[in-house]
Ligand binder design. Sequence first.
Ligand code: TEU
Ligand code: CA
Length: 554
Amino acid sequence: MPKSRSTPLTDSSDWWKNALIYQIYPRSFQDSNGDGIGDIAGIISRLDYLADLGVDALWLSPIYPSPDHDFGYDIANYTDVDPKFGTLAEFDQLVSAAAERNIKIIMDLVINHTSDQHEWFLKSKVGDPEFKDFYIWQDQPNNWTSFFMGSAWTYAPERKQYYLHLFDPHQPDLNYHNPKVIQAVQQVMHFWLDRQVAGFRCDVINVLYKTSLADGKKQIALTGIEHYQSQPGLHPILQEFRSKVWEPASAFIVGETVMVDLKQAKELSDSQRHELDTIFYFDHLEVDRRVSRYVPKAFSASKLLETITKWQTGLDYPSLYLENHDQPRIVSHYGYDGPDAKLRQRSAKMLAVFELTQRGIPYVFQGQEIGMTNYPWDNLEQIQDVESHNIFQLATKKLHIPKSLAWKWIKIASRDNARTPMQWGSAAGAANTGFTTGMPWLPINPNHTEINVADQLNDPDSVWNFYKQLIQLRKTSPTLQNGEFKPVYSNRQLMIYERILNDERWTVLLNFSKHSVVPPQAHLRGEIVITNCNRKVLLEPMELKPYEALVLKV
Ligand code: TEU
Ligand code: CA
């Protein structure tokens, strides 16, 4: 195959370059024992479903022992499985049962911080000489603020010092100036690679290295960030991880990189730099947000096209995602989740086209493939996520924003929107949409009777079948996989881009609004390869229906 301009050629050890990765939030995927919490046995029972969809790898949000202040992102032991999820033996079974279906397992590696219940921290807190400098201790706090609001420092009376936590006080930050920490973390990675995992999704990897602990420039959120975000000292650490641990195991590494810009992203993930394989950026999900992803403003398809074009043309292997466990559901965000079910489904399919026709590595978050929507929350008490509660406090107490307005923001952006249980459904009308026989840990969306896997598997026109077909199409189309990305036209509602490989040209037209729009007719050329409106022919002149997606090939 001739080399394309934008995506380097792949070989078999680079399986991830054309893979479809499915993210599982284990707590909410499938419960097997009636305790209301999803588990490993539940995941195993759904492997055929995932294979059928066309999934190549599963990224599991954390399954390690955790007191769950941040639902698994506060890890108390890196080398075990939390009993609520199962056992190491069951984990091994999952790896082999998945392998039988050609599905790989990617672990979530949270190494910026541990739980305050981790043995390392318990020992550090009492000054054990071996662990004393595993964390970041100071006699006096500086002015840094945490991602979860408030001071980033908490006093530990045992040690009579303050420790740094960029997230919750239950998540103390590890000290990457200490070579013993770097060693210990490498042991953790070996432990899982030895169990045949295929790679890691590295949580907030670009904030590990704190250059200094000086006071930061005062800001509403994240005072101090200039001292730790994407610092020069991070690169040697990643290069060491790569050469000593990742490369020898052919591990695939995706880094979650917060507040990252293109230059930083390239420095972390350009192929020839031998650090990360790819990164997660955020700004494509924030074109209708200001200051924080909680504060809404008007959407613009032009702004969105401009944002993705930066990553599409700038990175070797962009990571493509529209949902994860920290984001609201995309149908409720850039799509339509109102009373018109047909329109809702069409918008879910349009968003599928948007994600799966870009170049890079696509990720589908559980439930995205059936077009799950945000939960109709009534009040803050229903929400468990620590971030939602903290944001509400900050907004109402410190910034004096009216409670009703702050609640409106939380309701649409809360991380719990993505975390409600997977809507399996069942012809037999199983209790709790087949997620659990017990009491689900978060409420099940009442729309599970309308949006569920069981119904969609049987409906050739469903969102699920549309995802499945698109995933297949992507696997068999070199142009979709490797073709150059070229933005062509956009306005507030509409975007058009092309994917070009040799003499093949695909044109993608997407209407992001609930109104019809008229595209420049010059771009309506070629044969219809994808339609979410059962369109058979191109008319002239032609308008795109609300949330229509159309892909043409010449
Ligand atoms: O999230 C990183 C992060 O920066 C979060 O602030 C995230 O962007 C925000 O919650 C969105 O509103 C990672 C994990 O994905 C998240 O679940 C964890 O809570 C966080 O790190 C701490 O480990
Ligand atoms: Ca369970």
